[in-house]
Design a protein around this ligand. Structure first.
Ligand code: NDP
Length: 418
């Protein structure tokens, strides 16, 4: 029996709170804290109605570690789940260090004025967490998160040698809006308007411009949305996926032994790409402040205010997501190629926790990761990326709590783009 403090009452925070309430044998007491308390109270009402469990709520500005320290001292949680925005990661990690509370998140730190996805800021806490005998787990969402755990599982159970990993993320759902993002618009648009980037071993010669060296290889970069793969997703069908950079590549390139190449692909519909192109061309996705009628505004934050709240998409969302790792390598001296994946239905998520599948597939792994930590299935002192921990108990619980997953052999005729 343990106490969990959840920070962030957005789309993901809603799912985390519902799922923690369902796992009441692990989480006996729940507090949801966020910048706007009314959002926490709305979720608390819903959780009471649907899960029959009362939770506590609090207003919290987590940008200042002092506020989080004060709340932690009052509630005395056994674990903190951070599902606010990536900008708060370091301040919340500081608060956890000061109070000795284990930390878990789903997205790596980003400085507000620089769209850069790197673990260096959070990895810099390793020594302090080790010295404090405290555990921090980074990236326990879906991607990063489950996709990393599958890579660890492939390494542990399915392959003797892993050659390549392609992470493929498809949302084939329909929310009925011409343009909307499925999670925080600012974070989402910052992510996909960057140059595409992947990692390959130093002796490889894939397309793109060589960037900085990393581990036994280097990153290659390409213009955004210029490499496409029409992939046949199980239960969903053929969708166009585009090569882009995603934060899990950085840690997986280090933690999966013998990798030759790792890439990330995400599907986008034509209408989404058309809107994004126009928004970019007119400067609406800029993250630097501009002068407007005597005050400073950041265009992407203004755009966020115009777009639908991702949580509001849930009610009328139909269709499915399919996210998986296509892994190639060798087992018992033979070539092997598998696709490890999950399919999640938007409407089913709404029925269960009033959420759409993107928030659901992020929130469930966060709760499962936290359950691993408080039950001692995962332990250790330091800052860990999720693939460094035992994948099996995590995947076992994940399957039982809403995200079943499968491993299939990849059809021999499938051509993987080089
Ligand atoms: P939302 O924008 O819906 O929710 C974010 C919440 O954090 C809001 O309730 C917001 O408060 C709160 N918040 C913002 N700033 C602060 C602050 N200073 N102090 C306290 N609370 C704050 O985002 P999502 O729920 O869609 O995403 C949550 C996290 O999940 C993000 O970090 C995102 O990157 C990550 N994510 C990870 C994925 C994965 O697979 N790994 C996939 C999708 C998302 P307010 O209500 O006042 O605005």
């Amino acid at each position: 029996m343990s106490k969990v403090l959840i920070i962030g009452a957005g789309g993901v925070g809603r799912v985390v709170t519902h799922k923690a309430a369902q796992l009441s044998s692990v989480f006996s007491h729940i507090m949801l804290a966020s910048r706007t308390k009314s959002r926490c109270d709305d979720i608390a009402r819903e959780v009471s109605e649907l899960q029959g469990k009362s939770i506590e709520t609090a207003a919290l500005d987590a940008d200042d570690p002092k506020n989080t320290v004060e709340l932690i001292r009052r509630f005395r949680p056994d674990i903190l789940i951070n599902v606010a925005l990536p900008y708060q990661d370091l301040a919340i990690m500081d608060a956890c260090l000061e109070t000795g509370v284990p930390y878990l998140d789903t997205a790596n730190y980003e400085p507000p004025d620089l769209a850069k996805f790197e673990y260096k800021w959070q990895w810099a806490y390793r020594e302090r967490y080790e010295k404090a005998g405290l555990m921090a787990v980074l990236g326990s969402g879906f991607d990063p998160g489950v996709t990393n755990v599958w890579a660890a599982y492939a390494q542990k159970k399915l392959f003797d040698e892993i050659d390549t990993i392609d992470i493929l993320d498809c949302n084939a759902g329909n929310h009925g809006h011409k343009f909307a993002t499925n999670f925080n618009p600012e974070i989402n648009i910052r992510e996909i308007t960057q140059r595409g980037k992947y990692w390959e071993r130093a002796d490889q010669n894939g397309p793109g411009q060589a960037e900085e060296a990393w581990g036994s290889g280097r990153y290659k970069s390409i213009e955004p949305m210029t490499i496409r793969w029409d992939f046949d997703f199980p239960e969903v069908g053929v969708k166009s996926a585009y090569l882009l950079y995603h934060e899990e590549l950085e840690s997986l390139a280090q933690n999966i032994r013998g990798l030759r190449r790792i890439r990330f692909w995400m599907t986008f519909g034509e209408s989404y790409l058309k809107h994004l192109d126009v928004l970019q061309n007119v400067g609406m996705t800029r993250i630097d402040p501009i002068e407007f009628q005597g005050q400073k505004i950041v265009p992407i934050q203004f755009l966020k205010a115009l777009l639908p709240d991702p949580a509001s998409l849930a009610k009328n969302y139909t269709g499915k997501t399919c996210i998986g790792d296509l892994v190639t390598g060798k087992k018992d001296g033979k070539e092997k190629r598998v696709f490890i994946y999950n399919v999640c239905d938007h409407a089913e998520c709404y029925k269960e926790v009033r959420s759409q599948a993107i928030s659901y597939t992020t929130g469930v792994p966060a709760v499962v990761g936290a359950a691993m930590m408080v039950t001692g299935k995962w332990s250790g002192a330091g800052v860990f990326n999720i693939e460094q921990l035992d994948p099996e108990p995590f995947l076992d619980l994940l399957g039982k709590h809403g995200l079943p997953w499968q491993v299939i052999d990849v059809a021999p005729g499938l051509t993987i783009p080089s």
